[in-house]
Write a protein that binds this ligand. Structure first.
Ligand SMILES: [Mn+2]
Length: 342
């Protein structure tokens, strides 16, 4: 957990700056963490960190160009030395991946320092610190498949978004209008950075979730147009994935490199549909298969370690979700070994 004292520190850090810059992960948890902070502060600039969740000199340059007086890093797993070496303003880093070493000058908050097995998203902690916009915080939590403990507040305020009988994360994510918002948030983060940032800018100005769902305003239609394009590609992949021949304990789906990576989102949905299977969704690119893995019956890191022994590849993950990459030549043996471990 992150203590009450630390939550107060986070709020103080945000209260005491004039030109903050926010770097955030390109998923609903990262986006919602940013939206909560920005909507509270009403100052600053947001920058999405795409492709590799690591801060480096490229992002340091963005902070300098903006003459930021404080840097917030939200839901990003790593900060590279080249980043530290290139900035000289305070850094506040809130994350929930594996706890990392960091220079003493960095204020680092991670619920897993105290409790290595804790699984709570960054948006949840930012909400606990700032205490506003429950629906945005809930969207961030749902994106990371975490049932928001404060969901009753959202149900009360927006009964049309979350009916009161909803009591589990799968229904919340895949069968409610709030879940639909999470999907919109996830998909608009795909594609070129300038398009993504145009959409994010619009979201910072929306206070009512229904504006986005109903799509009546021109700014909502702009976001919707980008979303529709991604959703169409996603629906095609999902349809194709569901046609796969089923194996006993494994669900494997691979697709060719295309411009948009939808691997994580597909893996999440397939895992929700097939909760007892080990789900592998992979994208073939330059001789490798880049995969998202989902499994609820046994810790993934343990299985991965055995499956990868001696192969050209790497992988990591939490208990139920992980990622891996192996060369195409090793893919069949990788799958066979996983099957043996289940
Ligand atoms: Mn994230």
């Amino acid at each position: 957990m992150i203590s009450e004292k630390q939550l107060k520190d986070i709020k103080d850090e945000l209260d005491h700056c004039k030109k903050p810059i926010f770097f955030f992960h390109d998923d609903p948890d990262g986006l919602c963490s940013f939206l909560l902070m920005y909507k509270y502060k009403r100052e600053g600039k947001g920058i999405v960190v795409k492709a590799i969740p690591e801060m480096n000199a490229f992002f340091a340059k963005k902070a300098t160009e903006y003459s930021a007086d404080k840097i917030f890093v939200l839901d990003i797993a790593r900060i590279n030395d080249s980043f530290y070496n290139s900035v000289n303003v305070p850094i506040v880093w809130i994350d929930h991946h594996d706890p990392q070493e960091h220079p003493a000058k960095v204020k680092y908050y991670n619920p897993r320092i105290q409790d290595p097995d804790e699984y709570s998203p960054v948006a949840y902690w930012v909400y606990k610190a700032l205490k506003e916009f429950e629906w945005i915080a809930a969207a961030g939590c749902i994106g990371d498949f975490f049932y928001p403990p404060f969901i009753d507040k959202v149900k009360k305020q927006y009964p049309d978004l979350v009916p009161k009988e909803v009591d589990n994360i799968t229904t919340l994510k895949y069968d409610t209008k709030l879940g639909r918002i999470v999907r919109i948030y996830a998909f608009i983060m795909k594609g070129g950075t300038s398009m993504v940032m145009n959409c994010v800018k619009i979201l910072t100005r929306m206070d009512d979730p229904r504006e986005l769902l109903e799509g009546q305003t021109s700014r909502a239609r702009y976001v919707k147009k980008h979303f529709d394009r991604i959703e169409k590609a996603y629906d095609e992949l999902l349809k194709d994935a569901l046609k796969q021949k089923k194996r006993k304990k494994l669900f494997v789906y691979t697709y060719e490199e295309s411009k948009i990576s939808l691997t994580k989102d597909l893996a999440d949905e397939l895992a929700a549909r097939f909760p007892n299977k080990f789900v592998i969704v992979g994208r073939e690119k330059s001789g490798e298969v880049k995969m998202s893995l989902r499994y609820s019956q046994k810790p993934i890191p343990q299985i991965l370690k055995k499956a990868l022994a001696g192969l050209q590849g790497y992988g990591a993950g939490h208990a139920n979700a992980g990622g891996s990459c192996v060369s195409i030549e090793d893919f069949d043996i990788f799958l066979k070994r996983i099957e043996e471990e289940l």
